[in-house]
Design a protein around this ligand. Structure first.
Ligand code: T1G
Length: 690
């Protein structure tokens, strides 16, 4: 047939095998021969059944995302699915690896679906700012019910083969040689004879839909959309499947798809899809990675415990070291408690908890780290403490072991220089809670060896983290830009804005929470300690801390918290404190708009990103976007600060920064040369942006 598709026979069963590495995306050069093959097999009387399978590691993982935004070449996926539904002989999709998006929609065009026991099936289009555009919103509800389809499509989270079987999405689950099982299944079905009902004609389940329950669930999901259009459109499309005739619902799906695929939000989310994959690419070819079998973690506090859990969850045995037996037991106790909470929430089985806890070995003796291939230090943020630890590690760690520090701002070149093996030293900067947050800033020190770096990037993927390699500077990429964004927050308060007003500007922008809510959650004392260590001040935050107001953990910070409450209430005492400090500094309050708040916080954020690119601390603007979306909650619908700058208008950003620089004289507003160039060229690297 073609390089990306072949047809073979097993007696009277035809097997159509798609072969388009790496993930069998439904590119045009797959669709065209697939259409031709299906027409030929439909009309071939010697063929009793057709099996649709894929070569390589996965079934079709979707439409080819790289074709989006370009004119659609026919046949498109809908035409192929429509053709499949005209075939009278049984068609069977044999699913291994993942059947995602257009891949699952293709399978929904078949009469039957069989899956390998480890297969995953889903419609993740919402994560690309779109909705299924190949009939998934209309056919999936017919197999699994409207409510289940709603949850699958609005979350975009795939389900496993067993759940797919239990919900009627697949007809059989097999272990072993899937194609052989599928051929036998097909032959048996053909022997039993039809008629074989296309999914489009299976309406029984839809008729049982409790529309009130459906609408309640859809409303609840809509509340969590935080300004993203795709989740809302997904719910609307699935509801259409229940209330409209098939073809009308299909047409409505198409109209929503065409609108969303052209939206800035979808462009932003597609940018992030590829940006995350680009971030994991290091210069240099085929670097041999070091073997990592056992991991050591020094420090069983909040960060150390979370890091240890991240590796245990990834299947690694972990040696956890603490300075004292009490501290060790406390740390191990917290880890066990965290797993117990996951079991009680149903996100972990009792057996999995037992297996993960069995991965831990606690110690207070550095010698027990001698068999570790990677050792991560997560101790107190003090250079002398770090150097003492790395000195000890240098003595006990085996040759070739990677020695990593979890510091969030200290100079890693300095730490590396305190060992005889700086080539093995780098930063692994996790974000709290480390067993949950996806981002991992991998900090390349001056002497870090390429294989240590490549090994760490690969390791990040194995523990489910999104890795970004950054250079050494104060605060690396994330925290350095956070400082720039935060530098104006206090000024805005002194000039008349309130914490809730500023936080509302951020949540309206799409953030999960604003800077003051975030500080109260993380604990004001952490920033206070860092500022004191660096001889810096923040008049309002420092004063709150001197009053013991550390945020949620003390029941009061920038906000007041009822016992156990996560949402804080505005506190007149804090607003009076702010007005008092402003008066002391002779600052008269003025009305501050949400627009001014965004300008004075996010424009400096972008500007600092530009400086970071100029200095080569980040390799790509898209790396900065990956850091901010995965580590700091930057709204995915805006693609990250550097992508957003393209949407916001770099010329406007430069003009407004110059305005504020003029008015305040503050260096955070002085436009970086690269940002000015971006305003001229429209791109961070001289090429097309966004
Ligand atoms: N189109 C084009 N390229 C794709 C692709 C796709 N759908 N999926 C992956 N790639 C590339 C990816 O960029 C990378 O390239 C390489 O394949 C390996 O991917 C009509 C409209 C399947 C779970 O959203 O979730 O169907 O960096 O590193 O970790 O309704 O890829 O090597 O050059 O991610 O093993 C819906 C997207 C599309 C699934 C495998 N489908 N893919 O993960 O490998 S929209 C999706 C994934 C759609 C229809 C609509 C993952 C994976 P490079 P990888 P992985």
């Amino acid at each position: 047939m073609s390089d990306s598709l072949k047809v073979s026979r097993d007696g009277d069963v035809a097997i159509v095998t798609i072969d388009n590495p790496p993930v069998n995306a439904l590119s045009f050069h797959v669709r065209e021969p697939l259409m031709q093959a299906l027409v030929a097999l439909r009309n071939d009387a010697s063929v009793a059944a057709i099996v649709l399978a894929c070569a390589g590691r996965t079934f079709v993982a979707g439409a080819d995302i790289t074709e989006f935004g370009k004119p659609v070449q026919q046949p498109d996926l809908r035409a192929i699915v429509a053709l499949l539904e005209t075939i009278a002989k049984p068609t069977i999709a044999a699913i291994h690896g993942t059947a995602l998006g257009g891949g699952l929609e293709l399978a929904l065009g078949c009469h039957f679906r069989v899956a390998d026991a480890s297969a995953k099936l889903g419609l993740p289009e919402v994560k690309l700012g779109i909705l299924p555009g190949g009939g998934g919103t209309v056919r999936l509800p017919r197999l699994v019910g409207a409510l289940k389809a709603l949850k699958m499509i609005v979350s975009g989270t795939p389900i496993g083969a067993d759940e797919a079987h239990a919900t009627g999405l697949v007809d059989a689950v097999f272990e072993g040689d899937l194609t052989t099982h599928a051929v036998n299944f097909a032959r048996e079905i053909a022997r039993k004879g039809g008629p074989f009902t296309p999914v489009r004609d299976r309406n029984d389940l839809l008729r049982e839909t409790d529309l009130a329950a459906f609408d309640a669930e859809a409303a609840d999901l809509a509340r969590k959309a935080r300004g993203l259009e795709a989740p809302i459109a997904c719910a609307e499309a699935v509801r259409n499947a229940v209330t409209l005739p098939f073809d009308e619902a299909l047409a409505a799906e198409r109209a929503l798809f065409v609108k969303l695929v052209a939206s800035d939000q979808s462009r932003a989310q597609r940018h992030l899809f590829f940006a995350e994959r680009e971030a994991a690419k290091l210069p240099g070819k085929d670097i041999v990675k070091r073997r990592i079998a056992r991991v050591g973690v020094i420090g069983a506090g909040t960060m150390g415990g979370g890091i240890a859990m991240a590796f245990a969850n990834g299947g690694f045995p972990v040696t956890l070291l603490e300075a004292s037996h009490e501290a060790l037991q406390r740390g191990l106790g917290t880890i066990e408690k965290n797993y117990t909470v996951s079991v009680s929430r149903g996100s972990l089985s009792e057996e999995a908890k037992r297996q993960r806890l069995a991965q831990f070995k606690g110690t207070t003796d550095y010698a027990d780290l001698a068999d570790c291939d990677l050792i991560i230090e997560a101790a107190f943020e003090d250079m002398a403490v770090k150097k003492e630890i790395f000195g000890k590690l240098d003595a006990v760690a085996k040759a070739g072991a990677i020695l990593a520090t979890n510091t969030s701002y200290l100079d890693i070149n300095d730490i590396a220089a305190s060992t005889s093996r700086p080539q093995d030293v780098l930063g692994l900067h996790f974000f709290s809670p480390a067993n949950v947050m996806k981002l991992l800033e991998i900090v390349r020190a001056e002497k870090t060896a390429p294989d240590a770096l490549a090994t760490s990037v690969d390791l990040a993927r194995r523990i489910g983290k999104v890795a970004v390699v950054v250079g050494v500077c104060h605060g690396f990429v994330g925290n350095r830009m956070l400082a720039a964004r935060g530098s104006e927050s206090e000024a805005l308060l002194l000039e008349g804005a309130t914490p809730s007003q500023i936080d509302k500007a951020f949540t309206d922008f799409g953030w999960p929470m604003g800077p003051f809510q975030m500080s109260d959650l993380a604990g004001l004392d952490i920033g206070w300690r860092n500022r004191k260590a660096r001889g810096q001040t923040a008049v309002i935050a420092d004063t709150l801390c001197e009053q013991g107001r550390f945020g949620q953990k003390t029941g009061r910070g920038f906000y007041l918290y009822e016992a156990g409450a996560r949402a804080g209430a505005a506190d007149p005492e804090v607003e009076a404190l702010i007005r008092g400090k402003a008066a002391e500094q002779g600052i008269a309050p003025h009305a501050i708009s949400a627009e001014e708040i965004i300008e004075r916080t996010l424009y400096p954020l972008v500007n600092e990103g530009a400086k970071i690119l100029e200095e080569g601390i980040a390799a790509r603007a898209s790396d900065i976007d990956v850091v901010w979306v995965n580590g700091y909650g930057f709204p995915v619908g805006k693609g990250g600060p550097m992508f957003w700058a393209g949407l916001e208008g770099p010329a406007r950003i430069v003009e407004r920064l110059e305005y504020w620089h003029q008015r305040t004289g503050r260096p955070v507003f002085k436009p970086a040369p690269l940002l000015k160039r971006m305003a001229e060229t429209g791109s961070w690297d001289g090429g097309a942006a966004g």
